[in-house]
Design a protein around this ligand. Structure first.
Ligand SMILES: Cc1ncc(COP(=O)(O)O)c(C=O)c1O
Length: 382
């Protein structure tokens, strides 16, 4: 039973927002693309922000031990993961942290393994550093292809950029997979950059395992990069962190410029601490609301598009839909924006081969999920 009722405001109210979600497309397009939720933020976070603004407490970011302390409490309670709080470094956002980590460790111009279908930002971030992505796609059941990854490590690729839980399929990798991954990383002296930004949104019937909580091999080879921004809907506040749990990995993070810290936002950092410390009831209620939404989406797809393939995610509010049956080819998303007035993310942003997929954001009200699908259904029938 949820402590709070987490609901999305009306479309009219949402349309007044200033974020990219509500500004990228004309007002008559229903935006179900970018990974933002439509819910109101948690009250303790709101109060913290109001307090900082009203006290003109908006200077540069100094030390914020509150983030490590709050995350340590959260990680222990939620995942039974005891962290060393001294090995946490703040950064502007997850994207900046990943790019600066790779740049500072000489990865520019090299190769990095990724496991498609995977968050389109990964492809873009690697592109910023002229890094060639080496794709080892997930297996049919969305598990990691450990053998394929090991082949790449053996061939000399030194990094894997992991997305756990994985955007867009919502897969939380198992302890066994991650332990095997850690073993091959250790064997080949490779580094696992584990983006765990969606982890707090893991559903109650699934288990999220932090990479760094998979034993000494994982600690020796991994850096966790994450933020409260996805799960508490704070993307515009610009704060994230890198966490390591071994001397060797801490040394790699230490190569990053000092300015990585200063370029983060003071409001974002304290909002993040507030989220981990006092935002858990809100988070749990949000997960319950999303749980209803992921099943509502399933039912609505069965009603309107029984041939669309959708595997209910284990975490997060993104749905990966195989829409081959819509027969819209490579222009699926453009056609839907134009004809259905619904914006989704193209499948091939997540890997060039996924032209018959789209990513659908269900972090909204059941009514808007139905509205989006109904618009698409009418457009396909017309
Ligand atoms: C897996 C993943 N990592 C990172 C990001 C972006 O994080 P940030 O805004 O902190 O760079 C997203 C946004 O959707 C995401 O899905």
């Amino acid at each position: 039973m949820s402590d709070f009722e987490i609901k999305a405001p009306s479309l009219q109210e949402l349309g007044k927002r200033h974020s990219s979600k509500w500004r990228r497309f004309p007002a008559d397009v229903l935006p179900m693309h970018v990974a933002e939720m439509d819910f109101q933020i948690a009250e303790p976070i709101k109060q913290r922000i109001i307090k900082m603004v009203s006290e003109s407490d908006l200077g540069y970011l100094g030390p914020v031990p509150e983030v490590a302390k709050a995350f340590a409490g959260f990680a222990k309670n939620r995942w039974n993961w005891a962290i060393d709080q001294t090995k946490l470094k703040l950064a502007t956002d997850v994207g900046v942290a990943v790019v600066e980590f790779l740049r500072s460790n000489g990865a520019t111009g090299g190769k990095v393994v990724i496991t498609s279908p995977v968050y389109h930002g990964f492809w873009e971030w690697l592109g910023e550093l002229s890094i060639t992505p080496v794709d080892v796609p997930l297996k049919e059941n969305f598990s990691l292809d450990i053998h394929g990854i090991e082949e790449q490590f053996a061939a000399g690729v030194k990094y894997l950029l992991l997305c756990n839980p994985q955007n867009p399929v919502g897969k939380a990798f198992t302890r066994q997979e991650l332990t095997e991954l850690a073993a091959i990383a250790k064997k080949h002296d490779a580094v696992i950059i584990s983006d765990e930004i969606h982890a707090p949104l893991t559903y109650r019937n699934a288990t999220f395992t932090p990479y760094l909580n998979c034993g000494p091999d994982a600690e020796a080879t991994g850096v966790c990069i994450t933020s409260a921004s996805k799960s508490w809907n704070l993307a515009g506040l610009k704060a994230a962190f890198l966490l390591t749990q071994s001397k060797e990995m801490q040394q790699m993070v230490a190569k990053m410029p000092q300015a990585t810290h200063w370029r983060s936002s003071i409001v974002g950092a304290f909002a993040m601490a507030e989220a981990y410390e006092n935002g858990v009831d809100w988070l749990n209620s949000t997960v319950d609301t999303l749980d209803e939404n992921r099943h509502h989406l399933k039912r609505e797809l069965e009603r309107l598009f029984p041939e669309v393939n959708y595997i209910i995610p284990e975490a997060g509010y993104l749905a990966w839909l195989d829409v081959t049956s819509w027969n819209l080819g490579e222009k699926t998303v453009e056609t839907l924006i134009e004809k259905a007035k619904v914006a989704l993310v193209p499948g091939n942003d997540h890997g060039p081969q996924y032209t018959e997929h789209v990513r659908f954001n269900f972090g909204t009200s059941p009514e808007l999920i139905t509205e989006g699908l109904t618009r698409i259904s009418k457009a396909l029938d017309s």
